[in-house]
Ligand binder design. Structure first.
Ligand SMILES: [Zn+2]
Length: 454
């Protein structure tokens, strides 16, 4: 399907018909009557402005471009937050920050008694990654609000733009720290126990970065937000392959991460004969094959399991590996099938190690539940796509995002835009200005409807 006004980025939000409003929440009294919304409104996304801001943010990095590195609480992270607050100030958002550094800019609505609608994502970047992961959801939200303001739109519910602290696990080894804490998926004592790889505790690091408010205040209650929506790059090849503009995310697969520690016996590679060996690495390779088999044999098409990191001790050519440590990342959108894979892997590992006389310790690093998107928000996004004549499909997200945790306190959904060749977490990450523009347009339209949903 073509983009209807492909020669210009000017699109018309037509009169919101009763039918369209009914899609969002099928209640007779839910018809939007607000004069600001029902009047004809020209919504113009300025893709050049937004793309220039993406470049500016990418330049605030601790590595040489085009790669981007921005680690939580680093100098670059602090500079990027200051710059972002400047953008929020320019468009009149009211800024607040919590004790972890979650940054919120609020466009105050006409009825402050109503719970706000929220959107946003993250701007931290793993070492040597790209410009778009997370950034599109923050700078895209700023552009969506600017375009709504320029079109004369007035929200009824306030609209919050959130920059979540540390979606990436780089500093503390745990992903989605900010949204995890906001949604109460992590207790204050769990937060306080976090240590960086340099063994610095979180209180020292956050306070050095200027965040002194108590961690107990980070938590939001479950009626705080009316809904949350996140714009993000797909980080996969499906939209590009199918030549589609928008992915409407129906569910997010959640990972379980298992840590394996194997202890065998070392020794000289020439001196110790094969019958006497307790080689921890050989045992690990058999476990890894079972991990792959668990995903291959699962009845769920969305099952995946990966080992991407391993430490071998002592790590010499002529020495039998005595200790091995590795992690398995196991995902599915179906919790039962993910848990079945986890159980199969644990059982197989203990059998393999028993047969080989290897000591085994398996610990669960995290096991988050998958989430399903809110059907009403999905319908609203779809209606916005139809109205804007952009092509779309519904799909699941196999990467997890801040939305996964926000779904525990409010209705949520995500909007994906294509990623060139599915690249992500590398400098080649790319989405075109036109793809970004369409994503922001759909976000703006969806926010407009949600902010008037009573
Ligand atoms: Zn991301």
């Amino acid at each position: 399907m073509a983009y209807s006004q492909s020669t210009e980025s000017s699109l018309i939000i037509q009169k919101y018909s009763q039918k369209f409003c009914m899609i969002y929440k099928p209640q007779v009294n839910n018809v939007i009557k607000d004069s600001d919304l029902s009047s004809k409104m020209i919504l113009q996304i300025n893709k050049d402005r937004c793309c220039a801001e993406i470049e500016t943010l990418a330049s605030i990095s601790s590595c040489e471009g085009p790669a981007v590195t921005r680690i939580l609480y680093s100098t670059e992270d602090q500079r990027s937050r200051q710059w972002l607050k400047g953008l929020m100030n320019e468009i009149g958002l009211t800024i607040s920050e919590d004790g972890l550094g979650n940054l919120t800019g609020r466009w105050t609505g006409s009825d402050e008694n109503l719970s706000p609608v929220a959107t946003g994502s993250h701007t931290d970047a793993i070492p040597f990654s790209g410009k778009y992961d997370g950034v599109i959801g923050v700078l895209g939200a700023i552009e969506a609000i600017r375009s709504l303001q320029e079109a004369g739109f007035k929200p009824r519910r306030s609209i919050d733009v959130i920059q979540f602290t540390a979606e990436e696990p780089t500093l503390f080894g745990i992903g989605c720290l900010g949204s995890r804490a906001m949604s109460g998926s992590m207790t204050v004592s769990e937060m306080s126990a976090l240590r960086s790889d340099q063994e610095d505790d979180i209180d020292k690091l956050r306070k050095a970065a200027g965040y002194h408010l108590p961690l107990s205040d980070v938590l939001l209650d479950s009626s705080y937000y009316h809904g949350f929506i996140e714009l993000h790059i797909e980080q996969g090849p499906r939209l590009e392959r199918d030549k589609l503009d928008i992915g409407i995310v129906t569910a997010i697969a959640a990972p379980a991460t298992l840590k394996f520690e194997l202890k065998g016996d070392g020794g000289h590679a020439g001196a110790v004969l094969m019958p006497g060996r307790k080689d921890a690495l050989v045992a690990a390779t058999y476990i890894i094959q079972e991990i792959e088999k668990a995903a291959n044999n699962s009845e769920s098409p969305d099952s995946v399991a990966t080992v991407g990191i391993m430490d071998i001790h002592p790590g010499a050519i002529n020495s039998i590996p005595s200790h091995v440590e590795f992690y398995a990342d196991i995902r599915d959108i179906n919790l039962d099938s993910r848990n079945q894979m986890v159980q199969y892997i644990k059982d197989s590992a203990s059998q393999i190690c028993k047969d080989r006389n290897i000591q085994l310790k398996v610990s669960t690093v995290n096991a988050d539940d998958p989430c399903l998107s809110d059907p009403a928000i999905l319908d609203t996004i779809e209606a916005a796509c139809v109205e804007a004549s952009v092509s779309y499909k519904r799909l699941v997200s196999r990467a997890y995002h801040d939305t996964l945790f926000m779904s525990r306190i409010c209705p949520t959904a995500m909007i994906f835009i294509p990623s060139e060749s599915g690249y992500s977490h590398r400098p080649e990450e790319y989405s075109s200005p036109e793809e970004i523009e369409k994503g922001i347009l759909i976000l703006a339209k969806t926010l407009a409807i949600m902010s008037h949903d009573i």
